[in-house]
Write a protein that binds this ligand. Structure first.
Ligand code: ADP
Ligand code: MG
Length: 684
């Protein structure tokens, strides 16, 4: 291969000898576009071709390797009949069969009387042994290329072991020695390998299969580091100098004094953190993590008051119309006695009203604009936006976050709020570009939710209880894991449950699920909010954040189907008002030990952070639907549970990189994991 060695591994795959347009296309299907992607595509197993078997000892159905002499070639002149080569050793003979193969080619690779090594899957056809389209045919002199264990990669149509091996071996042979970004001492101390050894070792499936081998740990470490470096670079770019804001807090002090409750210590602490940011000459880029019901909204509104009083506009975005509308109503109530002008903008607002809002916004006649994504559509122009708050946006990725930071302009602070508790191990890897505020405490007047479990077959005992609740003007959430019945899964579906409940409580029950449009869902939620219905049957689509003051009972079917963190979020939907909340977990009978453990944890604590840690250790990372939904992106190699020590190690390591990030070796690391583009984002 005639390539400049230095940036060899970042070239496109078509630079590899023998890789043309077609093969590039196939590789692309496996997300292999650059040469480095071949390095990172690790074998998951190996094919044992290391033993040369005698023909009489062959086992049908297995991949085996033979040493044979070519006896005879048969080319039938009839269409659809395969070409056949009869080969033999001292114990018997076997047919090698080819469909669609040209005679000339076969005559070349099967010279009569020549000794060959053949490897492939052995079949029986009309009681005779045969191998059709063998994986390898090579001369005996070349046997070392075939007679061994050969790494097995996840391949796709158009790529076979032989072809892919030809590619990956070329890459490994031409791999330049890289200047390692980790020094020898560190490597020795932390049970990892240097990069050059590790990457070569990993193409031996024994090393790549063992997720705790030194080589594998090395690539995990690198992956985490690349991730953290990207975030910390991003953070530096975003937290640039802003124009210092003149900072007042008269209005917020007044509001606090008039609140019907006392702020919790957590709320005061977080409010101070935010205020310190607002006063500082660096832009705020902060995430507020607070368990459901910890009281994030009031904290954000208080900080908004300070920014507005200092002469800047604020934007407050929620994920849905209903939630944004609740925030809007709350803001109107709280700011009633101030001069703060508030407007509400969603995609559905009629155009004359919208135009009026936009006009006032650009003139600076609106101080606070609350709404949905519509807040950031084109044409929405603020006069002097100083602060953006985004509620319940755990699905924002790094790129979206920095886009958001850009939208506000250089002078704009950003606060994200999320109720999804993230295990500590993952915190930095997810939010390393932001400052993190945590609100652990909940208002003490809030009673913790009573959590009960019940076998599903005793469901009839529930009906009188439900009836009693409805008579007491209470509302009920009823959560099912599926929308429709499935012939494969023995889970309760929302549609069927709705039918059953409807018979018992006609006109009191509504249904909501993910296959409905957002509008339809909001309509039903509004009915529930207005208490036109009392029972809401749903899948997990009802999002957190909405206050249903009279909802105090939630029933969750097939509760073992959900993760702990998810169950905790679900039960957080009740008991937000003054009433005692109750959560009933229904199970099919025969609970596993693990399931019992999980119920015990849920019953035992109301702390979302503790619960997410427990969830992680009980279920493992790969299985955490709750986390996946919350935007925790899957690492390719790292597993936050198994490689916990490496997450910590990488955090410390990256803290010390600092200015050295501009060195070539770190650029290499970032490019390896496709992070370079994120960091080179052009700025406005
Ligand atoms: P979340 O953090 O889940 O967004 P909210 O901000 O919606 O929680 O608050 C939930 C409920 O708790 C609201 O009805 C709110 O008025 C109330 N609340 C907030 N702070 C306190 C407090 N310090 N004491 C009592 N109730 C509070
Ligand atoms: Mg909220």
């Amino acid at each position: 291969m005639s390539l400049i060695k230095k940036d060899f591994i970042f070239q496109e795959v078509n630079k590899i000898k023998g890789v043309g347009t077609q093969l590039s296309k196939y590789l692309k299907q496996k997300k292999i576009e650059k040469i480095k992607d071949i390095l990172l595509n690790l074998p998951y197993s190996e094919t044992d071709r290391s033993v040369i078997s005698k023909i009489e000892k062959l086992e049908v159905g297995k991949i085996q390797t033979l040493k044979v002499n070519v006896k005879k070639l048969v080319f039938p002149r009839v269409r659809n009949l395969p070409n056949k080569i009869i080969c033999e050793d001292e114990t018997g003979d076997i047919s090698i069969v080819y469909f669609n193969s040209r005679e000339g080619y076969l005559r070349k690779i099967f010279p009569i009387n020549k000794t060959l090594i053949i490897s492939g899957k052995v079949n029986l056809f009309r009681n005779k042994l045969q191998i059709s389209n063998p994986d390898y045919v090579t001369s005996f002199e070349n046997k070392d290329y075939v007679v061994k264990n050969i790494p097995k990669y996840n391949l796709t149509k158009g790529l076979n072991e032989k072809k892919y091996r030809y590619i990956s071996e070329q890459v490994l042979q031409n791999l330049p020695i890289i200047d390692d970004w980790v020094d020898e001492d560190f490597i020795k101390k932390n049970r990892i390998l240097n990069w050059n050894h590790a990457i070569r070792n990993l193409h031996n499936s024994k090393e790549s299969k063992d997720k705790n081998s030194k080589s594998f740990r090395r690539i995990v470490f690198d992956e985490i580091c690349a991730n953290l470096l990207t975030l910390s670079e991003n953070r530096k770019r975003i937290r640039k100098i802003k124009k210092t804001k003149y900072f007042k807090k008269k209005i917020s002090d007044q509001i606090i004094a008039n609140l019907p409750f006392k702020l919790t210590e957590s709320q005061i602490e977080v409010l101070n953190e935010i205020n310190t940011d607002l006063k500082s000459n660096k832009r705020m880029f902060r995430i507020l993590q607070g368990d459901v019901g910890s009281g994030k909204t009031i904290v954000s509104l208080l900080s908004i008051a300070n920014v507005i009083e200092s002469g800047y506009q604020c934007a407050f975005m929620g994920p849905t119309e209903i939630l944004s509308n609740q925030h809007f109503n709350l803001a109107k109530k709280i700011f009633k006695n101030s001069k703060i002008k508030i407007e509400f903008l969603t995609g559905k607002i009629e155009s004359s009203k919208r135009n009026e809002i936009l006009k006032n916004l650009i003139k600076g006649n609106i101080d606070l604009l609350i709404g949905t994504h519509a807040l950031f559509q084109r044409g929405v122009i603020f006069k002097n936006l100083g602060f953006v708050i985004v509620d319940e946006q755990h699905k924002f990725g790094v790129k979206q976050r920095s886009d958001l930071a850009k939208k506000g302009g250089k002078n704009c602070d950003v606060l994200l709020m999320s109720a999804t508790p993230i295990p500590r191990t993952m915190m930095m890897s997810l939010y390393g570009d932001m400052d993190i505020s945590k609100m652990a405490q909940k208002p003490s007047i809030r009673k913790s939710i009573i959590t009960l479990s019940k076998p599903e077959k005793k469901i009839d005992e529930l009906w009188p209880y439900i009836k009693k609740n409805i008579n007491q003007n209470n509302q009920i959430f009823w959560v099912c894991p599926l929308i429709e019945e499935s012939q494969f899964l023995d889970y309760t579906s929302a549609k069927r449950k709705f039918g059953i409940i409807f018979k018992k409580f006609p006109n009191k029950v509504g249904l909501i699920h993910g296959a409905m449009s957002k509008d339809e869902r909001e309509q039903i939620l509004n009915k529930f909010l207005k208490k036109e219905i009392f029972i809401l049957v749903s899948t997990t689509v009802i999002e957190v954040g909405i206050d249903f003051p009279d909802a105090n009972l939630i029933i969750i079917e097939n509760a073992n189907k959900f993760g702990l963190a998810q169950l905790h979020q679900l039960r957080g939907r009740v008991g937000r008002g003054e009433k005692q909340g109750t959560c009933i977990l229904l199970f099919k009978d025969g609970l596993s030990e693990n399931a019992k453990k999980r119920i015990k944890i849920l019953k035992g604590t109301d702390d979302g952070f503790l619960i997410s840690e427990a969830d992680l250790s009980l279920r493992g990372f790969g299985d955490l639907t709750g986390f996946q939904q919350s935007g925790v992106k899957n690492f390719r190699f790292a597993d936050p549970l198994n490689h916990k020590d490496l997450f910590e190690l990488a955090e410390n390591f990256i803290l010390n990189v600092g200015k050295e990030i501009n060195q070539q070796k770190y650029k290499f690391l970032l490019k390896l994991f496709d992070k370079a583009e994120i960091i080179n984002m052009d700025e406005n």
